[in-house]
Design a protein around this ligand. Structure first.
Ligand code: SAM
Length: 310
């Protein structure tokens, strides 16, 4: 069953149904939506861990992907704020969705792409996932609500080679029912990396994944800003809900921000060989405005550090 904690949150459902992501970035950007930026290094570290174990890039399913923001950040050196600023230009606002898509296709095609990972965008919103494929963020897409109905044979076939499920802002909308359908269809027992708002329970999902032999670890040493509250009502409802669940919002939600936690599920033997706090590392402050001063370059086949030039 969908967690009623969802009722405490502001609803942005209409934003997910547009033919392009301008409204999405305008509204969520105005609330400093941050979780894709903060999740990006973690997704990269887990994908690198998967590569190290398996000797190949994972097929990644971004669950509740919306317009493919996690794919964009995974593939290209960009941030939510950079995308938001592009769309905030007056000239961009005047374009049709078709023109925005053509412009975005050219923009993303202009970045070099090095990673071997395949990315599938999955969401109930067909327009959002079709956008993600159309502009080159995702390699394939699934538009299906696993909470509401069983997947078609076509969807099951697309899930067959999923190695790694990632999500931001999706748990709450999706439950163990969705994970059940996906792991049943995947022939590969996928690893799962979920960023989950503190008000949502993850136990039922972890239990379903345990039936597949996956051990779920929660990173206890870090919490991740999802976004600012929409208004005081949302802040109050979420804080009340957290307290009712025995979770103290002091110093976190009580200061006006929604926070997510990180859950990672992997096969037992890998968890034993390399616990979560070895697999991922939070470089706190990495996103501060002063930025890096050095960059790694290759010269004569050697890796060197060189000063970054504007
Ligand atoms: C808060 S947005 C997060 C989008 C994206 N992951 C991000 O962080 O930018 C939640 C997304 O979940 C999708 N969603 C809602 N119910 C869903 C379901 N039953 N199955 C899959 N996706 C769903 C919505 O369409 C929306 O795109």
């Amino acid at each position: 069953m969908i967690d009623h904690a969802n009722d405490a949150k502001a609803s942005f459902d209409e934003l997910y149904l547009q033919a392009d992501p301008r409204d999405y970035f305008s509204v969520l950007g105005s609330l400093d939506y941050s979780i894709p930026d903060l999740a990006k290094p973690i997704f990269k570290q887990v994908a690198a861990g998967f590569r190290a174990v398996n000797g190949r890039g994972a097929t990644i399913l971004d669950l509740g992907s919306s317009y493919g923001i996690n794919a964009a950040l995974f593939r290209f050196p960009i941030s939510v704020d950079m995308i938001r600023r592009r769309y905030a230009r007056r000239e961009m606002m005047a374009l049709t969705s078709e023109q925005v898509r053509a412009f975005d296709r050219a923009y993303y095609a202009s970045w070099p792409r090095a990673q071997p990972e395949r990315i599938i965008a999955a969401d109930v919103s067909a327009s959002a996932v079709e956008y993600a494929v159309d502009v080159g963020l995702a390699d394939d897409c699934i538009a299906h609500d696993f909470e509401a109905s069983a997947p078609s044979a076509d969807v099951v076939a697309k899930l067959a080679d999923v190695d790694l499920i990632i999500s931001t802002g999706a748990v709450g909308y999706v439950t163990e029912k969705t994970f059940d359908a996906i792991v049943k269809a995947s022939g590969r027992t996928p690893w799962v990396v979920s960023f989950v708002l503190r008000m949502f329970d993850y136990d039922a999902i972890a239990e379903r994944l345990a039936e597949e032999g996956l051990v779920t670890e929660k990173l206890r040493s870090a919490v991740f800003v999802q976004r600012r509250f929409h208004d005081e009502d949302e802040a109050k409802q979420v804080s009340d809900l957290l307290r009712a669940k025995g979770i103290d919002p002091a110093g976190l939600e009580s200061e006006g921000l929604l926070f997510a936690e990180l859950y990672v599920s992997r096969p037992k033997e890998l968890v034993e060989a390399m616990p979560l706090d070895w697999l991922v590392r939070v470089a706190s402050g990495r996103n501060l405005s002063f930025g890096p001063r050095l960059i790694q370059v290759r010269r004569d086949g050697k890796r060197l550090l060189a000063p970054l030039r504007p």
